[in-house]
Structure formats: C-alpha cells, structure tokens
Write a protein that binds this ligand. Structure first.
Ligand code: GLY
Length: 396
C-alpha cells in the first residue's frame, strides 16, 4: 500500500463546522428527487434512462449500459424513504431484464456488473428477501469472477480478456464493483469471491493510489507474471493528472472494502485520498472534471463527483473513532458539498429536465455527456441525502 503521508486539509475554517442546513431543507431536497422519479416512472419501467442526458433530458434505452442499476437503485431508495409500493413494483418489473442480461450474457464483458447488480438484485434481496434476485445476483458475481486474474490479483475492467489493449487493466471505479463479490461470499459461503475482491483492493491501494494521495484512473498489470506495468487515463485530462470522479470512486470504494475486510489501512488510505480531493476543490466544493483544474478555469464541473465523494466521506466518517477529530471534518465536508449541490446544481429551475443534478461530465476526452445530467450523479445524490436523514443500510 502506498505510504500514508497525509496532506493536511486546508479549508478547516469551513469544514470545522457543519453548514447551516436544516432538516426541513434536506426533506425538501429529497422531495424534489421523489418528484423527478415520479415524473420518470412510466417511461422508465420497461426501459432505462441513458447514462447521461441530451439537453438535460434522459433518452430511454434498454438494459444495455453499465448504468441501469442507478435508476433501479433510485427506485429502491424511494421505496425505503416513502414505503410506497409503486417504487418496489417498478423495481421488480425491471428484475426480469437483469435476469435476461446475466443469463444470456448480454453486455456483460465489463466489471460494471457490481454497479448493475448491487443496486438492483442485491438491493431487492436485502430489502424484500427476493430469492430469485439473490440467484441472479450470484450469477452476476460468477460472471464478474471470470474477469479475475489470479496471478495479478485484479479484476479486468473492460473488454475481452485477451484484448491486448485491455488485458490486465484495472481501474479505480472497480472499487464500487467489489461489494458484489464480498456479498456473494457472505450468502453462498464460498470464500473465493471475497478473496478475489480482497486481492484486487490491495492492488488498487498499492498501484492506483499515488504517493501524494491522487489516483491514476487505470493501471495495467502483467497477467502472466503478476507484475505492475504502468498507469494511464481513460476519462481524465492526462495520464498523470487526477480524474475527479476517479478520486471520488476511491473515496467511496476503499471504505466499502474496509467494511468487509476489516483492514484499517484502507481507512488511512481513504483519508489520504480524501484530503487530496478536498484540497483541490473550487469555492463551491463541486469539482471540475479533472482535479488539475481549479477556480478560474473555463472547464466544466462534474456534479456527480461531488455526490459520489459525499457518500464516501460519510462512509469514511462512520468508521472513524469518536475521538478522531477528522471524523467530524469529513462529515462536515460531505454536508457542505451536498448543500452546495442542492442549492446550486439541481434541475429545480430547469423544468424541461427529467434529471436531478445538472452539470455533470461523463467522458470529456471522448466528448460524451459534457455538461449534462448523469444517472449515477442522480443516484449518489439521492443516496447521500438518504444517508444523512435515516439510518440507511447499504445495498453495497
Ligand atoms: N465508471 C465510469 C464512470 O465513472 O464514468
């Protein structure tokens, strides 16, 4: 694991205190999310929102993207918050498409099976005891295991396993796919899934996190020798810059693996990754799409980074001892971020939009979803709001 050299958090004047943000404000923010979900419910029952919007409106697509689970996960959150059966029923209609996708191996040559199946089938099983959803989620975990290279100790992110462009490539986003594997071990009693996830997170900690606490987006391992090769980017500005959402996947993903492994070093590492992130935010705490950009740039922000990071900072804070002064600093940083998102970045004043958070960036280098809503931003914003208003049990 990279040396834990904590960069001190600079903006303590702000993060030492929680924001002035009342429970009623959070309730109103959640109500806005529920209103947008209601507006989308019919359109996105048999179909799913695309990964990002076009002109702030999500087109409808089949269950073909890496992002379908975010919409189904929002339905489960809405069901938990309201108890209204309409959300559960809609989420259950969608389970058939997840079953078909896993059974027929449709668009499954990706590690994103974790994002897809944790928020749909695992959530269904955890919340309602749905045995068929459990079976399908285990099937997805088996598909994910096919991507695990034992010698290198990593799950390959994208593409065919023999594709020279992709072979042995792990990416920081995968941290969020590992909970499907830990869960599979818990419910099946077979430790192989958790062993693979535990090996992968160690490799990510060692090679993806740089000494200064920033992260590579992707890192190649030699699958024959198990040796590290080199870091590179896919969605960031440069190989040696720090893609903002990747950093947020780190902030959330390392503490998720801590839950299942009990490895305290992962919490120290999360602090390091979080401090790097918090020290490179603009005044409104909503990062530009790569952390190389700071206040004064013309570049776009990525609101989804703020939403993912808020969930991660809350998860990190949850596991820190009461006597650790940074516990409250991370919690406050999450709250300030959420307040900023809710006051400045929702579609409340954009009535034509069926999204929730405006101003996300999917993939700037490839010209995809720039300054648009993206469905994972909406999901994590909702999850974060639920986290701060209820004793929420993770789907992850
Ligand atoms: N996991 C892909 C992305 O964050 O865009």
């Amino acid at each position: 694991m990279s040396n834990v050299n904590l960069e001190p958090i600079r903006n303590l004047a702000l993060f030492n205190q929680p924001p002035e943000w009342e429970q009623a404000d959070v309730k109103a923010a959640i109500q806005f999310v529920l209103n947008q979900i209601d507006r989308n419910l019919d359109r996105f029952t048999e179909q799913f929102p695309d990964a990002s919007s076009t002109g702030n409106v999500y087109p409808a697509i089949g269950n073909i993207e890496w992002t379908s689970g975010f919409w189904t996960g929002m339905l489960w959150l809405a069901y938990e918050v309201t108890g209204d059966e309409k959300y559960r029923l809609t989420a259950e209609v969608q389970l058939a498409s997840y079953r078909e996708r896993a059974e027929q191996r449709l668009y499954t040559d990706t590690h994103d099976l974790g994002f897809l199946y944790s928020l749909s089938c695992v959530a269904a099983y955890k919340l309602t005891g749905n045995e068929e959803a459990k079976r399908v989620a285990l099937l997805a975990a088996d598909l994910l295991m096919e991507r695990y290279f034992e010698k290198a100790g990593i799950v390959q992110a994208w593409g065919a396993l023999d594709d020279p462009e992709q072979q042995g490539r792990m990416i920081i986003d995968c941290n969020l796919n590992l909970p499907l594997l830990y869960w599979a071990s818990e419910v099946s009693g077979d430790s192989k899934y958790a062993a693979a996830a535990g090996a992968h997170i160690k490799q990510a900690a060692q090679y993806i996190v740089r000494d200064d606490g920033s992260t590579y987006h992707t890192f190649y391992m030699d699958v024959t020798t198990g040796k590290p090769k080199h870091g590179s980017t896919h969605q960031g500005y440069a190989d040696d810059s720090c893609w903002a959402r990747g950093q947020a996947w780190g902030i959330y993903g390392f503490p998720l693996s801590y839950i299942y492994t009990g490895d305290e070093a992962l919490l120290e590492l999360t602090k390091k990754v979080s401090n790097y992130y918090l020290n490179r935010l603009p005044d409104d705490l909503v990062a530009y799409w790569d952390l190389i950009f700071q206040d004064g740039t013309e570049q776009e922000r990525d609101t989804s980074t703020g939403a993912v990071a808020a969930c991660g900072l809350l998860e990190l804070a949850k596991h820190l001892p009461v006597l650790d002064p940074s516990k409250r600093i991370y919690e406050n940083a999450a709250l300030h971020t959420l307040k900023s998102l809710s006051e400045r970045y929702t579609s409340a004043d954009t009535p034509e939009s069926n999204g929730i958070l405006l101003h996300g960036v999917y993939n700037k280098p490839r010209g995809m979803g720039i300054d648009e809503c993206n469905i994972w931003g909406d999901y994590y914003y909702f999850e974060a709001l639920v986290r701060i208003s209820a004793n929420w049990k993770l789907y992850w």
